[in-house]
Design a protein. Structure first.
Length: 451
């Protein structure tokens, strides 16, 4: 390692230490005089951040700054807090369900922590008045065109799990939306982590709230985990309480209703579905965890929930390590962990699906390596996830089917049989509605949720 590499390494480690300290202060994990001083400094900054967030929202609300409608159904999925609400599985489930119903879907992501143009490249383009780069296409619906380093963890994972769905990465999601419409002919856009992205007008605002830790210490960044004030719950069309155990939380519901009396509340749980072999892609039953000595590592916002899944599955966790959220593992870190796991008697290693995309597929793991795949289960507010998608994105179709069913019940058996044939034809023609009709249905879903 030469001098410059050594300096770069030390600066990187110092930066990681500061981020770790900040996270510990935000979650009140450390105590002490200097910790209190640092917390007070962060608290002062959070007041500045809150003022900026409120002014920005006010400017868009008063139409001084304007959003850009794109003329298609835009579904926004996001949260008020940083990380850890289980957003990616919800986006995946929505995109798959919409695609299966005949929609041509594109997911727009900013590609957090993805590799993009260098600062010098951006400066050179600005000086020379060069054209802005096109949105990066992670998946064209047929092929995955970027790796996780250039796409970002979540976009790559979504592209991998959603054949037939377009996945684009661009910090300017208005530009990405236009690109998706003109180049791929999509009729539905899903903004991944888009609740704070006000320049693009969304008809449906789906807000995710982690029921186990809804708003942290109720402070904004950088002293808390909030990206904007709790009062902005009022912008949501639907509120998903994630990581729910099905129990009542009247205090949280009261707080939500104080700021948003009309949005429908849907409770859901993220549950382990299976283990997937990292090398072969083969799925294995969760029973493999029961009684096994397991080592695990993760680089996600809330590692406790992942470790809890393993423990509840009966695993004996003999070694665990936590990295910063979105950390990219190098071969030395992986080798050191697997060596330590062997010393602790681990039978195999388990990571999250999001972490698995940041490991080189050709990495020769010294122990069997698996990742945990999660699924979404609706607990309250609606029957199941398919019903949720139908109600939120196709309210007009759902209402038409309900009306058709009621009218058919009042007829005689013979007439009912004839009517059934006629209604079958009507349903088929309804299934082939024009895109504008379905988009109108999506918009009416928002109005229904807020009226």
């Amino acid at each position: 390692m030469n001098f410059f590499e050594s300096v770069k390494y030390r600066i990187g480690k110092l930066g990681e230490s500061i981020v770790h300290l900040t996270a510990d202060v935000i979650y009140d994990r450390r105590e002490g005089f200097w910790v209190s001083v640092y917390a007070a400094f962060l608290c002062a900054l959070s007041y500045v951040f809150e003022a900026v967030a409120r002014i920005r929202y006010w400017l868009y609300n008063k139409r001084i700054m304007r959003d850009a409608p794109l003329g298609c159904l835009v579904v926004v999925v996001g949260n008020l807090t940083v990380g850890g609400t289980g957003k990616t599985p919800i986006v995946e489930k929505f995109a798959r369900s919409l695609s299966e119903r005949g929609r041509k879907v594109a997911i727009l992501s900013r590609g957090y922590k993805s590799k993009s143009d260098s600062a010098f490249g951006k400066f050179l383009r600005w000086i020379t008045h060069g054209e802005s780069p096109k949105p990066r296409v992670v998946s064209d619906g047929k092929n995955i065109l970027l790796d996780s380093e250039h796409a970002g963890d979540e976009p790559y994972m979504l592209a991998k799990n959603l054949p037939g769905v377009i996945v684009l990465v661009d910090k300017n999601r208005v530009r990405a939306g236009h690109y998706a419409l003109t180049e791929f002919g999509v009729d539905t856009l899903i903004l991944d982590d888009g609740f704070q992205y006000l320049p693009l007008k969304g008809q449906l605002q789906l807000l995710l709230v982690d029921k186990t830790n809804p708003f942290g210490n109720s402070r904004l960044l950088p002293r808390g985990i909030l990206r904007e004030p709790i009062a902005h719950l009022k912008r949501a069309s639907y509120i998903f309480l994630t990581k729910s155990d099905g129990g009542e939380d009247p205090e949280l519901e009261r707080l939500i209703r104080t700021h948003n009396p009309t949005a429908e509340i849907i409770e859901c749980a993220h549950k382990p579905e299976c283990l997937v072999n990292f090398s072969t892609g083969e799925r294995e039953e969760l029973a493999k965890l029961d009684g096994a000595k397991v080592a695990c590592f993760s680089a996600i916002a809330v590692p406790e929930s992942f470790e809890r899944f393993l423990s509840r599955g009966g695993a004996d966790i003999v070694l665990k390590k936590r990295f910063l959220d979105h950390h990219r593992f190098d071969i030395h870190e992986l080798n050191a962990f697997f060596w330590s796991a062997q010393r602790h008697g681990a039978e195999f290693v388990v990571v999250t699906e999001k972490d698995a995309v940041r490991i080189d597929p050709s990495y020769p793991a010294a122990l069997p390596l698996y990742y945990l795949r999660l699924e979404i289960e609706i607990l309250k507010g609606i029957d199941d996830f398919e019903s949720a998608v139908e109600k939120i994105c196709f309210p007009k179709r759902r209402a038409d089917e309900a009306d058709g069913g009621e009218s058919a019940e009042g007829e005689t058996a013979g007439a009912g049989e004839k009517s059934g044939v006629e209604k079958s034809g009507g349903a088929e023609s309804g299934g082939g509605k024009s895109e504008s009709g379905e988009r109108a249905g999506g918009v009416s879903g928002r109005e229904t949720g807020k009226s």
